[in-house]
Design a protein around this ligand. Structure first.
Ligand SMILES: [Zn+2]
Length: 319
């Protein structure tokens, strides 16, 4: 029979091993540990909170609820009777930078019917994308026109499987301009979108894209409080640098950017010791309206199949 102290030591050690010792060391200042005991089982938790904003970190309880969960954590239980370790939950960093120096990721908004065709293209080339969805909107909420072509929203509940293998992120419940709403209303829009998408897709979104690309400091803080770890703006950076202000993340460019292929060539040819990210965003209905599906096909063809590039979702690449 192990003492509580012994079981705790084993459990915390196992969690640290799971996360990687050097990773815990790197984020030492924001690493939180915890344990609790019930029925002869000692449950241990090690979490690393590398969020930029300090608001949440200060109040981080050791066992966090879903919305306050630190980005990386491991939780296990240790049986005091025989020392058996059982992992209960884990969210381990991808650490793509260990094996690669370059990563490619995509971000598409609104959950519209041409997403299905876009997904086929991404899947054909082994490209990973993040889809930013409005849980509260579907085909019955009315469509609109883009370049004279009708745009309709997908019935998300009927298309869960189609998005398999890609990341689902939030885009607010009903696509409002978050800066024009009272803060509490904006918070409800984001919290309910997150909750609905979690129910539908079985995983809580960790990121979002700003509807209409608009945000302000209050909105950014509110997202941080809700546990969002990155939020995409619509300002092109036209570069591949790793960014630290992830709640004001700037994509490399939109897919219709006139520099798109120039940037792609530059990225492919680039030799680097620092991690570099090529991040493209847009809406799938734009390919339909602009009749330029060949553009995304060409881009995917160019970027895919390289063993020096990591193809990941936004979550995998940015966090
Ligand atoms: Zn949108």
């Amino acid at each position: 029979m192990l003492s509580t102290e012994e079981a705790k030591k084993i459990g915390l050690r196992a969690c640290i091993d799971k996360l990687g010792y050097s990773f815990c060391k790197k984020y030492e200042e924001t690493t939180v540990y915890g344990y609790r005991e019930e029925d002869g089982l000692v449950e241990c938790y090690v979490g690393i909170d590398n969020r930029q904003n300090d608001n949440d970190k200060k109040s981080s309880p050791l066992f966090l609820d879903d919305t306050k969960m630190s980005p990386y954590y491991a939780r296990c239980s240790v049986s005091r009777a025989d020392g058996t370790i059982t992992f209960l939950e884990e969210h381990i960093p991808m650490n793509w930078t260990k094996h690669y120096k370059k990563a490619v990721t995509f971000s598409y908004d609104d959950g519209v019917t041409p997403d299905v065709k876009l997904l086929e293209i991404f899947n054909k080339y082994g490209i990973k994308c993040t889809f930013n969805l409005n849980y509260g909107l579907g085909p019955t909420n009315g469509g609109w026109e883009y370049m004279g072509k009708p745009v309709n929203r997908l019935d998300l509940a009927e298309n869960v499987e189609k998005y398999a293998g890609h990341e689902i992120a939030a885009h607010a419940l009903t696509h409002p301009d978050l800066t024009k709403l009272p803060l509490e209303e904006a918070r409800r829009e984001m919290a309910e979108d997150k909750e609905g998408l979690t129910k539908l897709f079985g995983k809580s979104p960790v990121g979002m894209a700003y509807p209409f690309g608009t945000f302000n400091d209050e909105v950014v803080n509110m997202l941080d409080e809700l546990g969002f770890q990155y939020a995409r703006t619509v300002w092109s950076s036209h570069n591949f640098d790793v960014q630290t202000d992830l709640l004001r993340f700037r994509p490399t460019c939109h897919h219709d950017d006139e520099k798109l292929f120039e940037l792609a060539e530059e990225f492919l040819a680039m030799e680097t010791d620092e991690p570099k990210i090529f991040y493209v965003w847009g809406h799938s209905y734009e390919f339909e309206g602009n009749e330029n599906w060949d553009r995304i096909e060409k881009l995917c063809q160019m970027l895919s199949g390289r063993d020096d590039i990591f193809y990941g979702t936004n979550e995998e690449v940015l966090l």
